[in-house]
Design a protein around this ligand. Structure first.
Ligand code: SF4
Length: 347
């Protein structure tokens, strides 16, 4: 009886903790997180946090995963760059990477002696999956001597064949540092256009040779979405990710990485923001800036949302083979060189 009471008290305490963090956060259909939602999540967050301690595990959660993961169990939350740094430096025995496959693969490349688990299994990404190692090799053979950068949203076999990796937060600065007036950039065709335009604007133009695909979330925004936001909310500041089409980015007040967008909101005196990006980032901003208003037209990454509290707990207790991250040894060392080069150039 006493044990039952104690369990109930711990669940109630945990639900209050979660509700305190999530009460200003929207769900997809517009309603906010409720105390009942938090009470339903509490048994899982308690169990995951307990298993983490027992197994010396750390949870890294990308900002696009769901708020119960991001605020309930993550030790670190952030974008690809921030999480890659955390993965590299952690001393934990197990890294649980709530994100998509290429991110967990990057963590394993950077810290190969750790056990890396991804709750969502082989969750893809339309960018990373748009280019294979064979295609990358063909491109390099086609343009011998031209330096190549790859977006971090790429497979290890692509990273391994590039001079440096980049993220959306450092792509412009790193590209500017690369000598020559031609540059290969893969696998984001839309970011390639934004990169070419930004280098032109900075007075260091380069011809960008690109191949690959697009992000299935950010490629959907159109100039009409920006115009509608401005018409509906005259005071709005509109911010977008550089994975969006250039004709959209040109109409926005700020274009930058997930971390850059957070910093922009933090320092802006505006109170209303139009968010042309994935819903998870909107949720983070709602949680962290409850006095500001965030208008989000649409945009959900179904791959990121495959990470749940349930499969995170399962990965900790008894990981399935598809949740255990291994990297093809033939690519790991060269891919690491490309990621390390990014850390060096990003200084
Ligand atoms: S939001 Fe786009 S780029 Fe990010 S993981 Fe999903 S598909 Fe890939």
């Amino acid at each position: 009886m006493l044990q039952t009471l104690d369990k109930e008290a711990r669940l109630t305490e945990e639900a209050h903790r979660l509700y305190g963090l999530l009460k200003s956060v929207s769900k997809e259909k517009g309603a906010k997180w409720t105390y009942e939602d938090c009470l339903a999540a509490a048994p899982y967050t308690l169990a995951i946090n307990q298993f983490k301690k027992e197994q010396n595990a750390v949870v890294l959660a990308h900002s696009y995963t769901t708020p119960d993961l991001v605020y309930g169990v993550a030790d670190y939350r952030g974008d690809s760059y921030e999480l890659a740094l955390k993965a590299r430096e952690t001393t934990a025995d197990i890294i649980i990477f709530a994100g998509v496959w290429f991110m967990a693969e990057t963590a394993k490349i950077l810290n190969p002696t750790k056990k890396v688990l991804i709750p969502a299994g082989r969750a893809g990404c339309t960018l990373a999956d748009a280019m294979s190692g064979t295609e990358m090799k063909k491109l390099r053979d086609q343009y011998p001597g031209i330096p190549a950068l790859c977006y971090i949203n790429s497979l290890a076999e692509v990273k391994a064949q590039c001079d440096s990796c980049v993220t959306s937060g450092n792509v412009f600065d790193i590209a500017q540092k690369i000598p020559g007036n031609e540059l290969i950039f893969v696998p984001d065709l839309l970011m390639a256009k934004n990169l070419e335009a930004e280098l032109q604007r900075r007075g260091t133009p380069k011809k960008i040779i690109s191949a690959g695909g697009t992000c299935c979330v950010h490629d959907k925004y159109r100039p009409a979405d920006v115009q509608k936001l401005r018409a509906d909310y005259p005071e709005i500041q509109i911010i977008a990710h550089p994975e969006c089409p250039i004709e959209v980015c040109r109409l926005c007040d700020y274009v930058g990485s997930t971390k850059g967008m957070q910093a922009y909101v933090a320092k802006s005196r505006a109170t209303c923001f139009g968010m042309l990006t994935e819903f998870g980032l909107v949720n983070r901003l709602e949680a962290e800036y409850p006095d500001k208003k965030f208008i989000w037209p649409f945009g959900v990454c179904s791959y990121m949302k495959r990470n749940t509290l349930v499969n995170t707990l399962e990965a900790l207790i008894d990981p399935q083979p598809e949740q255990v991250v291994e990297v093809e040894p033939a690519w790991a060392a060269a891919a690491k060189k490309s990621i390390d080069k990014m850390f060096e150039l990003a200084q």
